[in-house]
Design a protein around this ligand. Structure first.
Ligand code: 2IT
Length: 444
């Protein structure tokens, strides 16, 4: 594989899509060596086939706001690769969403889902709809309008969406309600459903819990423990909430959480009440963290990122490219031991380079946040079997998935000097399963 040529082709064919190009570049650069050693991949043009999504749907979503005005948004579903199972991946509702965003996320999802050990292909969807400042009824009407188009392209064995930024349990409820009305079926076509109507126990916590299990595995592999470690989390949404809950339970101190407006400092870690309040904050649809500081009397630093504060562990849990090279240098100068992306592509390529150069233990989102989609896969299994597992059963399977991903990262990512390149490990391991399946399935 001539990486430079493939990347030049991807750039030429996908103009104005820097996020997609960033995601593809990271994968191709880290799997290059493995692909070169195994000519079957080039013989079957696997790379060229993998960087092209299977298909993309784009549609108009029209709905009426509380004032009676007609609103128009754009909706998408990118079905990226279904070699190993039905398309699977979240829906993002955020004003920055473009086709570029969803192609990068769908591409990442293909590798991540492969790592989970479950048979799930990669997909992603969403809209430029901005939930900020919207009433619950407006959110409901938007979700219903979105589903009147999306339902044509999805199905429990075809494509199974879930939540992502801006889409949580409330939105999945409104989406699923409309889906059921349209198709008159109760199937597991969406995951992240409520526990009373087909959802899996632990799905809301799964991304954050899985992220912390992965951090724990990384620390153990480097003869350290999570107990007593200080942590900064960006965001206060579902992912940061789950991470705060599990990290605190395991004896770590969550020192920082943040929002687009700034960050708050919890000098002694977080209390159960403070962790619970994160959910309330998200439900206000205001997207600010300052009310947390007002409520609990903690320090609030306006307009700054979480990465300013000295901690042992930094976990980006909010948005792509939220941690850049300067942030990485600041964290390194402050003695950070480990950086774990829990958001998808939370670090810029330059930041990853800085962290790896300084030999900071670093994990990419597609490995560390796979517990979310992993438990979505478990929700699909429960729905297909018309059964529900206990929290303990789901947690045990989540643990097993995160352990497997960590082992694979070590297997394919350990370098000669002993440093574990988790990015390379995750990409190679994720690639092998999808690529080999594509070969076995033939050109079709
Ligand atoms: O990025 C992700 O893995 C998700 N948003 C979760 C996807 C899913 O299908 O649960």
């Amino acid at each position: 594989m001539d990486v430079k040529k493939v990347l030049a082709d991807v750039e030429a064919k996908n103009p104005g899509q820097p996020l997609f190009l960033q995601a593809v570049t990271e994968v191709l650069e880290t799997i290059e060596e493995y692909v070169a050693k195994n000519p079957k991949y080039d013989d079957n043009k696997i790379i060229e086939r993998m960087v092209e999504p299977d298909r993309i749907f784009q549609f108009r979503v029209e709905w009426v706001d509380d004032k009676g005005n007609i609103q128009i948004n754009r909706g998408y579903r990118v079905q990226f690769n279904n070699a190993i199972g039905p398309y699977k991946g979240g829906l993002r509702f955020h004003p920055t969403v473009t086709l570029d965003t969803l192609k990068f996320l769908g591409f990442e999802q293909t590798f991540k889902n492969s790592l989970t050990t479950l048979p799930m292909g990669g997909g992603k969807g969403g809209s430029d709809f901005d939930p900020k400042g919207k009433s619950d009824r407006e959110i409901m009407r938007f979700c219903q309008a979105f589903m009147t188009e999306l339902f044509k392209y999805i199905g429990p064995d075809t494509d199974v969406p879930a939540g992502d930024i801006g889409v949580g349990g409330r939105e999945i409820g409104f989406l699923y309600g409309m889906y059921k009305k349209l198709v008159r079926e109760n199937t597991g076509v969406l995951t992240g459903k409520g526990a009373g109507w087909g959802g899996s126990i632990l799905r809301p916590e799964a991304t954050g819990f899985g992220g912390v299990y992965f951090v724990n595995n990384m620390l153990k592999a480097h003869n350290m423990s999570i107990e007593g470690k200080t942590i900064s989390l960006s965001g206060f949404g579902n992912v940061a909430w789950g991470a705060a809950l599990k990290a605190t339970e395991l004896g770590a101190k969550v020192k920082v959480i943040s929002g687009p407006d700034g960050y708050v400092v919890n000098e002694n870690g977080m209390t159960a009440e403070q962790i619970e309040y994160m959910l309330e904050l998200r439900a206000t649809n205001n997207n600010v963290v300052k009310p947390y500081a007002d409520k609990f009397g903690t320090k609030f630093v306006a307009g700054k990122k979480a990465w300013d504060v000295a901690v042992d562990i930094a976990m980006p849990c909010a948005f792509q490219n939220e941690l850049n090279a300067d942030d990485a240098k600041q964290l390194i100068a402050n003695g950070v031991k480990l950086v774990c992306e829990v958001s998808n592509m939370g670090c810029t390529a330059e930041a990853v380079h800085e962290l790896q150069k300084a030999k900071v233990i670093f994990a990419p989102g597609k490995a560390a946040n796979a517990g979310g989609v992993g438990v979505s896969g478990l929700e699909m299994s429960q729905n297909a079997g018309h059964i529900s597992w206990t929290g303990a059963e789901v947690d045990q399977r989540l643990h097993a998935m995160m352990d497997s991903i960590h082992e694979n990262c070590i297997k394919y990512g350990k370098e000669k000097d002993g440093y574990v390149n988790y990015v390379k490990g995750a990409n190679v391991a994720g690639f092998i399963k999808v690529a080999d399946s594509m070969i076995e399935l033939g050109v079709c």
